[in-house]
Ligand binder design. Structure first.
Ligand SMILES: Nc1nc2c([nH]c(=O)n2[C@@H]2O[C@H](COP(=O)(O)OP(=O)(O)OP(=O)(O)O)[C@@H](O)[C@H]2O)c(=O)[nH]1
Length: 315
């Protein structure tokens, strides 16, 4: 018999330094003594938004004014299954205090890994470290100077995650480009992931590796030596494989018609949402999307959007 699912809603609240508010669970509670994102169980018939507002008022004494979905996790603890629906609180009124006596702490997302959280929260920590826009570079740089100028403009415009994709370049030209792109990204505090064969990527400067669907099929374990590893997925089998390999995030495409893959059938948002429902990691929506699609992507359960044309400035 399948176990009942406990519906839980929680808030990721940031301060103006980008730190996130966490609370320590009471020792006697389930997962007692561990840190958590403030929230709790939904009441019967309650919507996630109403539950979020109620819980954060009860626990912290704040009033949520604006929020959006961040990530939703299904986790089986053995004695119970929890559906943890985490929302980013964008605006709130009041000053958070531990109204139930729980200790609170503000922590930068990169440092959250040093705290002990319930197992369900692991992908939430990853989602908090990733931005909502992933730039895929393109088209292939026939003119590297113009390519780097475009990259620079994207970084100056706030892009913080870049996938270096240049399938037409040979290994040497790709390595040269990675060298320049990595320096530019580092100057802006952005993360560069290399869309290249794992062995080549491992020898180049970068913060991570992007596995094409081809390499996702070929690798037998998560490639070591890369702090970040993501992959391109197009359906449930590839999504399941990315999870089994314990990759950090995935891209699912195509959501809309795209110039890069004109023959592919677009998923549309509702099929996209259904496909990522069982996926316990951040998913970027890809295919014919731009910044105007961000709100739809969040509502469908995505981390955000990935794009070439939608984020790469052409002139
Ligand atoms: N609030 C919250 N709960 C979490 C997180 N991660 C996680 O696995 N959970 C689990 O989700 C469930 C939430 O239950 P809770 O005890 O906080 O719920 P509650 O505030 O309504 O308390 P109550 O049971 O005393 O009424 C627990 O099983 C808890 O272990 C998290 O980050 N935040």
């Amino acid at each position: 018999m399948s176990k009942p699912v406990i519906e839980v809603v929680a808030g990721a609240i940031r301060d103006d330094q980008g730190r996130v508010l966490i609370a320590r669970r009471p020792d006697h509670a389930h997962q007692g003594g561990l840190w958590e994102f403030p929230g709790g169980k939904l009441e019967p018939g309650e919507s996630p938004l109403t539950g979020l507002r109620r819980e954060l008022d009860e626990e912290l004494g704040i009033q949520v004014l604006a929020s959006r979905p961040l990530i939703c996790i299904h986790h089986d603890y053995g004695d119970r299954v929890v559906r943890l629906d985490v929302h980013r609180v964008e605006r709130y009124a009041g000053r958070p205090v531990g109204r139930e006596g729980q200790p609170l702490a503000w922590q930068h997302p990169d440092d959250l890994g040093a705290r002990r959280f319930p197992a369900a929260d692991r992908p939430v920590l990853t989602a908090l470290r990733l931005p909502d826009r992933l730039l895929i570079t393109g088209p292939d740089p026939l003119d590297p100077v113009a390519f780097v100028a475009r990259l620079e403009r994207a970084l100056a415009g706030g892009i913080r995650l870049v996938q270096l994709r240049a399938p037409g370049l040979d290994a040497r030209a790709y390595a040269d480009l990675a060298d320049v792109a990595y320096r530019r990204c580092r100057d802006h505090g952005a993360t560069l992931v290399l869309n290249a064969p794992p062995d080549l990527a491992g020898s180049l400067p970068g913060d991570g590796l992007h596995l094409s669907a081809h390499w996702l099929r070929k690798v037998t374990s998560r490639p070591a030596a890369h702090p970040w590893v993501g992959a391109s997925c197009h359906g449930p089998d590839e999504l399941a494989r990315a999870e089994a390999l314990d990759l950090d995030y995935v891209l699912l495409s195509p959501v809309k018609p795209t110039a890069t893959h004109p023959g592919a059938t677009p998923l549309g948002w509702s099929a996209f949402a259904a496909l990522i429902k069982p996926v316990n990691r951040p998913v970027y929506a890809l295919g014919g999307l731009g910044p105007n699609d961000l709100a739809a992507a969040w509502q469908a359960g995505a981390q955000g959007i990935a794009a070439i044309r939608g984020l790469w400035s052409f002139d």
